[in-house]
Design a protein around this ligand. Sequence first.
Ligand code: HSE
Length: 436
Amino acid sequence: MEPVKVGLLGLGTVGGGVVNVLQRNASEISRRAGREIRVTHAVARTLDKDRICGVNDIELSTDAHALVNHPDIDIIAELIGGTELSKELVLTAIENGKHIVTANKALIAIHGNEIFEAAQNKGVMVAFEAAVAGGIPIIKTLREGLTGNRIEWLAGIINGTGNFILTEMRDKGRDFADVLKEAQALGYAEADPAFDIDGTDAAHKLTILASIAFGIPLQYEKVYKEGIDKITREDVFYAEQFGYRIKHLGIAKDTEVGIELRVHPTLIPERRLIANVDGVMNAVLVKGDAVGPTLQYGAGAGADPTASAVVADIVDVVRVLTTDPENRVPHLAFQADSLSETPIAAMGDIKTAYYLRMDAVERPGVLAEVTGIFAEGGISIEAIRQQEPAEGAGFVPIVFLTYIVREQAMNEAISLIEALDSINGTVTRIRVEHLG
Ligand code: HSE
C-alpha cells in the first residue's frame, strides 16, 4: 500500500519531535498502523536554522498555504500554535478533504466547535490528543476508555511549565524569572509564556477536557482563571504546616447548579498522589461513577512527550482512513447532535473549602472580630494559626482553613474582613480541594 503522506505545519520543538519519533520508531509504527507513515513536506518560519531533527527526506518551505492546498498530502499536522493563521490553515485543509492532527489547545478551545462542524461536513478527522497534558493519553482515556461512565469531576495539573516553576521554587528556592527562562530553553513554555503563568494555557486545556467529560460544547470564555503568579513562598510554607501542597489545578465538576469550570492555585492534602506530581509532569484525576477515581500521570510538555501524542493521533487517523465517518469516535466523545446545554456554574455558586491569610494588628479582640464575621456568614473554621511576624512588620500573619462554604458567602466575609481597621491590606484566599 502507498505510504500515508503527512505535511507538518511547524518544525520547532513539537514538529522536530514528531519527525524524530516517526523516524526512530518507523517499523513499529507502520506495523501498528498497517501503512508506512511518511513526513513528506514541512513548513517552517525560516529554512536556514539548526533543528532537533534530520530533514533530508522532507521538502521544506515557508509557504503554509501551499502545504494545506497540496494535492498529495493526506494528513496535516498543525503545530504552529496561535488562533488566527492556524484556524485559517486548518479550515482550508479540511475544505481540501485533509485530516488534521493538532497540538493547539488554544485553537481547539476557542474555535473547536466551528472546526469540528466543518470537519464533520467534509467527513474528515480532527485529532488533538497533544493539546492536553502533553504525552498523557487523557483524551483517548476520557473519550474511549471511560465511555461507560458518568463523569462526576476531574482535576488536573495540566500546565507543565507552571508546575516546573512551582516545584523548583519550593524545592530549591530558585527565583521565578530564572526558572521560567529554563522552562523556555527546555521547550516547555508557550510562545507567549504569560499563558503558562496566568492560567490561560490551563484554561484552554480544561475547556477541552470538560467538553469531552460532560458532552457540552467548548466554552473557553466561561472558565474562571487565576494563575501561579498569586502564589507566595509564605503560602507554600504555611500550607505545608497544615499538611497541604499548593498546586495549580484545572477543575471541572458536574454539580446541581451547573458545571464548574475553574483553574486556580489549590491546596491539596499532601497524602494525595496528585499533590506529589512535580516538575514538568502533569496528572489528571478523573472520577467516574462506575470506575471510581483514576489518575493518569506523565510529562506535560517537551518535544518527545508531545510528539508521542501527535504520532498516536496520526496512527489513529491512518487506521480509520477507510472507515465510514459516521462510525468514527466523535470529536467531543458525544455525538455532535447530542451535546447538552447544561449551564456553566457561576463562581459565586461553587462550594469549596478555603485557606485564608491576613495581616492583623497584634491586640486583644482582633481574632474575635474576624471570627465574628465568619460566624455571621455561616463559615465554619477548621484550623487557625498565628504565624511569626516578619521582623519590624508591625502585623502578625494569621492563617485560617475553613470548611466547605459557598463562594459568594466567602466573598462577602472577605470584604468585611478587609474593611476592619485591625486588618492590613487584602486577604489572600486559596481554594482547598480534598479530592477524596
Ligand atoms: N506550555 C505548555 C505547558 C506546553 O507547559 O504545559 C504543553 O501544552
